[in-house]
Design a protein. Structure first.
Length: 248
């Protein structure tokens, strides 16, 4: 098992939701965490709050996960601050839900850029730093929609299906370098705008799709990331944490 104490981890999309829960879970395990997010104000606020407990173990970097130079800069700043990089959680993601024939080229490409290309960029610049350390861990946020279809979610589903395949390919390519690559595929998670107050009756329909009878919590996804970071014998897999959604 991997001891996460003093490991250096980047979590993209780390200022809220699953990303924030994952950052906190890694900090609790003794890791140093770079919270990377496009939301500058939110990221700085989270950094300030967490520094009260974790001091210099937490650091915020603004990043656009869909922009290669921005991701390259994120990794460079991480290494400059903490002198190494052991783990990256490519979690940043966006979605668009509308009839597929109404999706614009710009909308489609932006979802692919953040959700799919962002995973590629994160791995591309993190892996060389990990090789300098003799190994590391790449973790990706997929989705149940990488495995099953959903109307009006074409771009998001396409990007998450790609994340599953990227995860497998990278795992095979870098296993000999002691770099493990895995993904977590959450079901619907109660965070942000996904709640009863915001969604009304649609919320109940989402709950009904999960045999366990509720939506997930961000912390439950974070625990899966911690498991994958710690377990040295798991690579090339996408772990479904979905309340039974895909078992039906």
């Amino acid at each position: 098992m991997q001891n996460l104490t003093d490991k250096v981890a980047i979590v993209t999309g780390g200022a809220s939701g699953i990303g924030l829960a994952t950052a906190k879970a890694f900090l609790e395990k003794g890791a140093k965490v770079v919270i990377a997010d496009f939301n500058d104000e939110g990221g700085q606020t989270v950094e300030k709050e967490l520094k009260g407990t974790y001091s210099d173990a937490v650091y915020f970097v603004k990043v656009d996960a869909g922009n290669e130079e921005s991701v390259k800069n994120m990794v460079a700043k991480t290494v400059e601050r903490f002198k190494k990089l052991d783990i990256i959680v490519n979690n940043a993601g966006i979605g668009i839900q509308k009839p597929s024939h109404e999706v614009t080229e710009e909308e489609y490409k932006r979802v692919i850029a953040v959700n799919q290309d962002g995973v590629f960029y994160g791995a591309k610049y993190a892996i060389p730093e990990m090789m300098k350390n003799g190994g590391g861990v790449v973790l990706n946020t997929s989705s149940i929609l990488g495995s099953v279809g959903e109307p009006t979610s074409l771009a998001y589903a396409a990007s998450k299906g790609a994340v599953n395949q990227i995860t497998k390919s990278l795992a095979l390519e870098y296993a000999g370098k002691n770099i493990r690559v895995n993904a977590v595929a959450p079901g619907f998670i109660e965070s942000g705008l996904v709640n009863k107050e915001s969604l009304g009756d649609f919320y109940d329909g989402l709950v009904d799709k999960h045999p366990i009878g509720r939506l997930g919590e961000p912390e439950e996804i974070a625990h899966a990331f911690v498991f994958l970071a710690e377990n040295d014998f798991v690579t090339g897999t996408t772990v479904l944490v979905d309340g039974g959604y895909t078992a039906k």
